[in-house]
Design a protein around this ligand. Structure first.
Ligand SMILES: [Zn+2]
Length: 495
């Protein structure tokens, strides 16, 4: 009986601690910050404000100029294709860039790697250079667009077009900031490299060529800033506030082929366990009994900690008490594909082949899987697990290609804080959080050149706009452009 009371007592005490910690997190969010965020929303979505949040200088004039500049980039179509990485359309885009950013072209050394560009802006010192990067290619624009995808139409305070968010908007504000600093006679304290590949969307070789060139020159980067997160309004269901999400962790990427063999034969008298059946069993078993370990990465836990003041109380009870609820969270995370992908190696079956005839049993059939390697089970361990798993179904594995995960950036580092503080100077009231990328970016090609690959573009978007990246009616609020230009200018001034 005493034991039972003691047990209940401990439970009640734990509950009280959890509630106390969750309630305390509520108070962190002051009413003033709520007011400043809603005013910021008014500016960024509608361009208006009666405000305590300062507008960038000459806001209206600059917004009109920047929207026109971005429009000309959107009108120069740059859909990349695996069939041919090299295309004349990139030359035309370079021409538009030369017209839009004349001082950049006049003052910086320009290198062209089959359409992928690199600019070298000499600073006061060649020590500890940095790299700012993005890509100039886009994915194709299929589906029914309300606004033509390569017209750069402006409506309701937004500019529409394929690439508005991914990645010509970020590209525009980056080069425009350099252009304005050059006009002011600014010389950066260190060398600055600016790169725009033309093969990002096809996982091509553009960024790899650029990285190799830098490596051959013996260049080691203090940090790089590439696409990845943005300033997202209400980044997840139930999460209020505007969060600048900085990608700090990118998984490895590769492809594995699973091959099942047999002696073939006619389909009229089939034996059991033919190659396609074995492959089917393998795929089904792998989905039902995922062989990879779930481990919540530190940046994911830090992200949950930083989101805590803005999530509903029931969630806050969990996220404010991760010391107690981490095991439970590990189970919950498996139910949300996006969070699961952040926490373990994933396997996605993508292509398949059997025999060439409807009535012929295949002598050899295969499926391929796209693999994203977690840091805690990287390339070698993942391949061993897949090989052993496949063996049970009499299936061989062949590694088609594999890249190790990039180093995880420390969100306590000076480089992360530099970006974080710059964001908060330009966008007052916005909160900053590290996050785990599930997709791959060009930054991975630079993993031997720097341990600090930060993935963030300083533009404001809503969750709906985020969902339209690679979809129809991709758009960007034109009022965020001046803030984006100011971010890059301030970042370069603070180096
Ligand atoms: Zn992109």
């Amino acid at each position: 009986m005493i034991l039972l009371f003691a047990f209940i007592g401990i439970l009640l005490a734990l509950l009280a601690i959890c509630v106390f910690r969750a309630v305390r997190q509520t108070n962190i969010q002051s009413p003033e910050s709520e007011v400043s965020v809603s005013r910021l929303r008014d500016i960024l979505q509608k361009g208006q404000s009666a405000t305590t949040v300062g507008l960038p200088e000459n806001f209206d004039r600059r917004t009109a100029q920047y929207a026109a500049g971005l429009r000309s980039l959107l009108q120069a179509e740059t859909v990349s294709s695996v069939q041919s990485e090299i295309s004349e359309k990139f030359d035309r885009f370079h021409q538009v860039m030369a017209e839009t950013f004349p001082l950049l072209h006049k003052n910086c050394e320009k290198y062209d790697f089959d359409g992928s560009l690199l600019f070298h802006w000499k600073g006061k010192s060649a020590q500890n250079p940095i790299l700012l990067m993005n890509h100039l290619d886009v994915v194709e624009a299929v589906g029914a667009w309300k606004h033509a995808p390569f017209a750069g139409e402006i409506a309701d305070g937004r500019i529409y077009g394929r690439g508005a968010l991914d990645d010509k908007g970020p590209l525009y504000v980056m080069y425009q900031a350099v252009e304005e600093l050059l006009a002011e006679g600014f010389v950066p304290p260190c060398d600055v490299y600016l790169a725009s590949s033309c093969t990002e969307e096809i996982g091509g070789t553009g960024a790899g060529k650029t990285a190799k060139w830098l490596q051959e020159k013996g260049i080691r980067l203090r940090f790089l800033l590439d696409e990845g997160g943005m300033l997202v309004d209400r980044p997840m269901t139930g999460v209020d506030g505007i969060y600048a999400m900085i990608g700090v962790l990118e998984k490895g990427i590769g492809n594995v082929k699973f091959i099942a063999k047999s002696s073939g034969g006619h389909a009229s008298a089939p034996p059991n366990n033919t190659p396609l059946v074995r492959l089917g069993r393998l795929m089904s078993a792998l989905e039902d009994n995922y062989p990879f370990r779930m481990e919540l990465p530190r940046p994911l836990l830090e992200m949950l900690r930083r989101l805590t003041p803005n999530v509903p109380f029931a969630f806050r009870l969990v996220t404010a008490n991760l010391w107690l609820f981490q095991p439970l969270l590990k189970v919950l995370v498996t139910k949300v594909p996006m969070l699961a992908a952040m926490s373990r190696t994933t396997v996605a079956f993508t292509t398949a082949k059997g025999s060439d005839g409807y009535n012929v049993l295949p002598q050899e059939a295969f499926v391929t899987a796209n693999i994203r390697y977690s840091h805690h089970q990287a390339v070698e361990e993942t391949h061993r697990i897949l090989h052993d798993f496949a063996k049970k179904y009499d299936i061989e594995t062949e590694i088609l290609n594999a890249e190790e995960p990039a180093p995880v950036v420390d969100y306590g580092s000076a480089e992360f804080r530099l970006v974080e503080e710059t964001i908060q100077t330009v966008y007052p009231g916005v909160q900053v959080s590290p996050y785990v990328m599930t997709g791959g970016t060009d930054a991975r090609f630079y993993k031997d050149l720097t341990a600090s690959a930060l993935r963030f573009a300083p533009l404001y978007i809503t969750a709906d706009q985020l969902a339209r990246v690679h979809g129809v009616d991709e758009s960007l609020f034109i009022y965020t452009l001046a803030f984006g230009v100011d971010f890059y200018k301030k970042l370069l001034e603070r180096l």
